[in-house]
Design a protein around this ligand. Structure first.
Ligand code: PMP
Length: 395
C-alpha cells in the first residue's frame, strides 16, 4: 500500500544525517570500543533528586491523563522563569507544555504554516529541522550563513529568501551545531526582517542555560516581537532530562489556545509524573542548571587548549551549547569523508558538518559529552589523525 507523499519524502534520498551515528552504534553493539562524540546527550544521568520527585509523583497517583496544556503549577513556573529571565510579562496562558522541544518545533510550525507554505530556517541547522518542516507539510527554505561571519544570519539574507508564501523563520541560539550566540544586533536584524516580511519567528532556545561567552537574549524580549514569536524550550539540555520528554512553547495566548487544541488531537499531553519532576527540577533554581552546564564549559576550555597546539584543524570557539565545530578542509576531505575515515581508523564517532546543511560542509561537530580526560585524549587523537591526512596530502 502506498504511503503519503509527506511521509515518504520526509528525508529525501533516505539520508537523514545520522549515518555515522548509526554506524558507530552498530560497531558498539558488535563489541567494538568506539569513542562516541556524535549525539547531544550529557554523560551524566538525570539527578537522583529529580528521579525521587518523579517516583514520589507516580506513586502518589500522577499516572493518569494529565491536563493537556500542562499542569497549572508547571505552566506558572515556566511563565515565571521566562518573565524573570527576559523581562516579558508571561502568564500561564502563554505556555503549553510539550513532550520535549522537538514536539514543540513540530507543533509551532503546524500553528503558523499551512501545507505548501514556505518555512525559512538557518543553515547550518539542527539535523531534524528540514524533516520537521516537511512533516507539517511546509516547504523548507534554508538561509545559508558563513563560517567567516560567525554563522550569523543577516536581514538582507533573510529577506532574499522570502517568497509570498513564506510564513515563518526558525532560529536557534545558542546554536547547534555552531555554538554561535545571536547578539542583540543580529536579533534586531532578524526582528526587522520578520516584521517587513510578515513572518512568525520560531525561536529554539533549548540551550539557553549553556552560555560560555556573552549572554543569552530571547528575541521575544525585543520591542514588538512578543506578538510574532513562539519560543521553544526544554528540560532536556538544562536539566539532563533528555529521556523525560518535557519542554514547552511560549507565545501569544491566542496561539497557545490553538496549540492546546492541536495537543488534544496529537500528543494528549505529557505524563503528570514527568511534569512534577520538571517542576521540582526548576524549583532547584540556577545552581542545578550551572552544575549541569559546568562540564561543557570545562571541556570547551580543554578543546581550546588542545586545538591551539596544532595547525590542521580550525576551531570555531563555541559561545554556547555542548559542541565544538572543527573546520577539516585543510585535510582535503569533506566533513562526511573525514568522519567516516575517523571512525574507521580511530574508532572515534563525530557528526559530519554536512549533516547540518551546506554551510557546515567541510566541518565536523564534536559533542563534548564524555568525561574530561577521555575527551582530551580523543581530541589529541583526532588532531593527530588530521595532521596525518594533511601531511599525506602535502607529500
Ligand atoms: N533543538 C535543538 C537545537 C536540539 O539540539 C535538540 C536536541 N538535540 C532539540 C531541539 C530537541 O530537544 P528535545 O526534544 O530533547 O527537547
Amino acid at each position: 500500500m502506498q504511503l503519503s507523499h509527506r511521509i515518504e519524502t520526509l528525508t529525501p534520498g533516505g539520508a537523514d544525517g545520522w549515518e555515522v551515528f548509526v554506524k558507530s552504534k552498530a560497531l558498539i553493539a558488535e563489541g567494538v570500543a568506539v569513542t562516541e562524540l556524535t549525539i547531544g546527550e550529557h554523560d551524566i544521568r538525570t539527578d537522583p533528586t529529580i528521579l525521587g520527585a518523579m517516583d514520589a509523583s507516580a506513586r502518589g497517583g500522577r499516572t493518569g491523563y494529565a491536563e493537556v496544556p500542562g499542569i497549572g503549577v508547571l505552566r506558572d513556573k515556566v511563565a515565571a522563569r521566562i518573565t524573570e529571565r527576559t523581562g516579558v510579562a508571561t502568564g500561564r496562558d502563554n505556555v503549553l507544555i510539550t513532550p520535549g522541544g522537538q514536539a514543540g518545533l513540530f507543533a509551532a510550525h503546524c500553528a503558523v504554516c499551512d501545507p505548501g507554505d514556505a518555512a525559512l530556517f538557518i543553515d547550518p541547522y539542527y539535523v531534524t529541522y528540514p524533516g520537521t518542516l516537511r512533516a507539517v507539510g511546509a516547504r523548507p527554505v534554508s538561509i545559508l550563513t558563513r563560517a567567516e561571519t560567525g554563522f550569523l544570519p543577516s536581514e538582507a539574507a533573510i529577506l532574499d529568501a522570502v517568497t509570498p508564501d513564506a510564513k515563518s523563520l526558525l532560529i536557534n541560539s545558542p546554536n547547534n551545531p555552531t555554538g554561535a550566540i545571536y547578539g542583540r544586533e543580529t536579533l534586531e536584524e532578524i526582528g526587522r526582517a520578520c516584521d517587513e516580511a510578515g513572518l512568525w519567528l520560531i525561536s529554539d532556545e533549548v540551550y539557553d542555560t549553556q552560555v560560555w561567552d556573552g549572554t543569552h537574549l530571547s528575541p521575544r524580549a525585543l520591542p514588538g516581537m512578543a506578538e510574532r514569536t513562539l519560543v521553544i524550550g526544554s528540560m532536556s539540555k538544562s536539566h539532563a532530562m533528555t529521556g523525560s520528554r518535557c519542554g514547552w512553547i511560549v507565545g501569544p495566548d491566542h496561539a497557545i489556545a490553538r496549540l492546546i487544541s492541536l495537543a488534544t488531537h496529537t500528543t494528549y499531553g505529557v505524563p503528570g509524573f514527568v511534569q512534577e519532576a520538571a517542576l521540582f527540577a526548576l524549583d532547584q533554581g540556577s545552581e542545578l542548571e550551572e552544575r549541569i552546564a559546568a562540564p561543557f564549559r570545562r571541556r570547551r576550555a580543554l578543546a581550546q587548549r588542545i586545538l591551539a597546539g596544532q595547525n590542521t584543524l580550525r576551531m570555531l570557539p563555541p559561545q554556547g551549547a555542548m559542541y565544538v565545530m572543527l573546520d577539516v578542509r585543510a585535510t582535503g576531505l569533506s566533513g562526511d569523508a573525514f568522519a567516516d575515515a575517523l571512525l574507521e581508523a580511530e574508532r572515534i564517532a563525530v557528526m559530519p558538518g554536512e549533516s547540518f546543511g551546506q554551510a557546515a560542509a567541510g566541518h565536523i561537530r564534536v559533542a563534548m559529552t564524555i568525561e574530561d580526560e577521555a575527551f582530551a585524549e580523543a581530541l589529541e587523537r583526532l588532531c593527530g589523525f588530521a595532521a596525518g591526512l594533511a601531511a599525506a596530502k602535502a607529500s
